[in-house]
Design a protein around this ligand. Structure first.
Ligand code: ATP
Length: 342
C-alpha cells in the first residue's frame, strides 16, 4: 500500500513529547504514513508565525486528516484558543470522545462504555464577548438550527452505525429556553427518524449526578459545546483520567484527531505524560481512514496497537498517572516491544 500523507501538529507543553512517542508506535505498527509536520500554538508564535498559520490550515485542507498534539490556551487574556479556531476554520462540527474502561486500569466503575458527541462550532465558544460598559462584560451563546440539526443527525447516525442503543441529550433548556431549547427541539426532531434508538433528555445538573452515580447506564451523550467540554473531562475521571481519553473532530471530508486533554504545562518537559490518549486518537484516525478510504492495512495497524496497549496495561506497565513508573518514551518502547509478538 502507498504511504498516506497525514498532517502532524506536535503542539505545546507535553505535545512534542507525546507526539514523538505516538509516531514511534505508529511506525512499529506498520502503518504506511508520511507525516507532513506543521506548527500551531505557542510553537508557531516562536517561529514568527500566526498562532494558527495559514499553511497549517492549507495542509489540513489538502490532506484532509491531521493528528494534533494539544495547544496551550492562555487563561483570561491573549489569543483565542487554537483548538477552537481550528475547529471553526475547518467546520469540524462533531467532536467524538469514546470513554471506556481499559483492561489493567483499576477504577471505581468497571462498566463504563460511553461516547460523548460534542457540538464543536458554536454555543458559548462562539467567541462573541464584549465590554458593555466598564465593569460589565457579556458573552454570547449562539445556537443555529443548522448546527443543532446536523450534530443531532451525526449523533444518531453514529449510534446506528456503531450498534448503540440510546442517545441522551444533556441540556439546560429550562433556563436557556431559546438556545438549549433549539438544541433539544432539533434533537427531538431527528430522534423521530430513528425508531431503533432510544432517545432521552436530561437537565444537565441532574445529569451530572446520574452520571457519577451510574455511568454504565449511559450510551451516547449528545451535548452542546461547553457542556461537552466539561462532561468530557468529568467522564475521563471514570476510566483513569485525561491520559486515556481520545478524540476526533470531524467535518465534511476532513478530520483532526486529538486527545481530550490540554497541553498540561504542569508536567511538560519531564517525560512523564501519558501518550495513550493521543495514541488512541491515532487509532481512531487509522480506523477512520480504513472506513473512508478503504485502507484495510490501517485497520490491521490499529488492531495491533490496541492489542499491544491492552497487553502492556494488563501486565501492569503504565505511566505515572495510571499508577505505573514508566516515562512517556519508555511506555512507547514497551508498546513497540509488545508489537513484535503480535
Ligand atoms: P484545556 O483547558 O487545554 O482543555 P485541561 O483543563 O483539560 O486543558 P490539561 O492540560 O489537560 O488541562 O491538564 C489537566 C490535568 O491533567 C493536569 O494536572 C495534567 O497534568 C493532567 N494531564 C493531562 N493530560 C495528561 C497526560 N497525557 N498524562 C498525564 N497527565 C495528564
Amino acid at each position: 500500500m502507498s504511504k498516506r500523507k497525514i498532517v502532524l501538529i506536535p503542539g505545546d507543553g507535553i505535545g512534542p513529547n507525546i507526539t514523538a512517542a505516538v509516531k514511534k508506535v505508529l511506525k512499529a505498527s506498520g502503518a504506511e504514513i508520511e507525516w507532513v509536520e506543521r506548527s500551531a500554538g505557542l510553537g508557531a508564535l516562536d517561529e514568527g508565525e500566526d498562532v494558527l498559520p495559514q499553511r497549517t490550515l492549507d495542509a489540513i485542507k489538502e490532506y484532509k486528516v491531521a493528528l494534533k498534539g494539544p495547544c496551550t490556551t492562555p487563561i483570561g487574556e491573549g489569543f483565542i484558543s487554537v483548538n477552537v479556531q481550528l475547529r471553526k476554520a475547518l467546520d469540524l462540527y462533531a467532536a467524538v470522545r469514546p470513554v471506556r474502561n481499559l483492561c489493567g486500569v483499576k477504577t471505581r466503575f468497571t462498566d463504563v462504555d460511553l461516547v460523548i458527541i460534542r457540538e464543536n462550532t458554536e454555543g458559548l465558544y462562539s467567541g462573541v464577548e464584549n465590554t458593555v460598559t466598564p465593569g460589565v462584560v457579556m458573552s454570547m451563546k449562539v445556537a443555529t438550527e443548522k448546527a443543532c440539526y446536523r450534530i443531532s443527525k451525526w449523533a444518531f447516525e453514529y449510534a446506528r452505525n456503531r450498534g448503540r442503543k440510546k442517545v441522551t441529550v444533556f441540556h439546560k433548556a429550562n433556563i436557556m429556553k431559546l438556545t438549549d431549547g433549539l438544541f433539544i427541539k432539533k434533537s427531538r426532531e431527528v430522534s423521530g427518524e430513528y425508531d431503533d434508538i432510544e432517545y432521552e433528555e436530561i437537565i444537565i445538573d441532574a445529569g451530572c449526578m446520574k452520571l457519577v452515580q451510574d455511568p454504565g447506564r449511559f450510551d451516547v451523550l449528545l451535548l452542546e459545546n461547553l457542556y461537552g467540554d466539561l462532561i468530557s473531562d468529568l467522564a475521563a475521571g471514570f476510566v483513569g483520567g485525561l491520559g486515556v481519553v481520545p478524540g476526533a473532530n470531524i467535518g465534511v471530508r476532513k478530520a483532526v484527531f486529538e486527545a481530550v486533554h490540554g497541553s498540561a504545562p504542569d508536567i511538560a518537559g519531564r517525560n512523564i505524560a501519558n501518550p495513550l490518549a493521543l495514541l488512541m486518537s491515532a487509532v481512531m484516525m487509522l480506523n477512520y481512514l480504513a472506513d473512508t478510504e478503504g485502507r484495510e492495512d490501517f485497520c490491521a495497524s490499529a488492531d495491533r496497537i490496541k492489542q499491544a496497549y491492552n497487553k502492556v496495561l494488563e501486565q501492569g506497565m503504565s505511566t505515572l498517572d495510571l499508577g505505573g513508573s514508566l516515562g512517556t518514551q519508555e511506555f512507547a518502547d514497551a508498546l513497540v516491544d509488545r508489537m513484535r509478538d503480535i
